[in-house]
Design a protein around this ligand. Sequence first.
Ligand code: 13P
Length: 284
Amino acid sequence: MPIVPTQEILQRAFRDRYGVAAINIVNDLTLAAVLAAAEELRAPLIVQTSVKTVKMEGAEVLFGMWQEMAGRVSVPVALHLDHCPDREVISSCLALGWNSVLFDASKLSVEENKRQCIEVVAEARRYGAAVEGEIEGIKGVEDGIGSDEAGTIQALDVALDFVRSTGIDCFAPAIGNAHGMYRTTPHLDNQRVSDIVSAMPVPIALHGGTGMRPEQFSDLIARGCAKVNISTALKIEFMKSGYDYMTAHPGEYDPPALFRAQRAAVIEMARAHIEMFGSAGKAW
Ligand code: 13P
């Protein structure tokens, strides 16, 4: 069975210090493309869906597509719900079979976030699913969720207490990262990842992957960022390859030819990231 618990994918990556690409897909074509890249490179993969994509496709349709396509690959893959503040969406995705969820209560107080996150962890455990938590909003708006204002950075002991008392499987700290495009190379607080991991061995989720430099990825992965999120890069490749194809083939209205070009571009993008994160050949 190629669909495995997210916990297993994360624990192995964390132990052996490689990064698993966690890529946000937007439809059937992009789902098939990222799975094809993982299969080709023998890499474990986390497929992410934003709440916007879940609502656009419909959770049942999306999950049906996932089950059918993931069932055909031979590498370990898991389905993750990205940034979700809505407990009802979390409950319906867990009940359908998502392998993990990011409960994004970063807009709430840490105490209230903690209280609710404990409930989400208990709910997820009933399905054998994992939970990612965060206490600081990651800068930037991702599919309608988030803010362009940088959130308050919590003290190390507050972050550690959150991880310990909620029992989450993966923690997403703010380290100067942001969703969307960076205007310049971001200045990241890599030491914060080491401070958290050395006090508590929890796999770290690195958000805002698009636009980070290869050496930033490798340093952060070595410090414990086992899950590396990529969303904007897929959107860019998907849209740009479509635009380029139409521009190069004026007057041609052959959807499968357009889809082939888009699929090739998304596979190439996923392949480049998987290789950069060191997870190629890590399938078991
Ligand atoms: P990017 O959109 O910057 O790639 O970030 C992805 C992400 O962190 C999804 O949660």
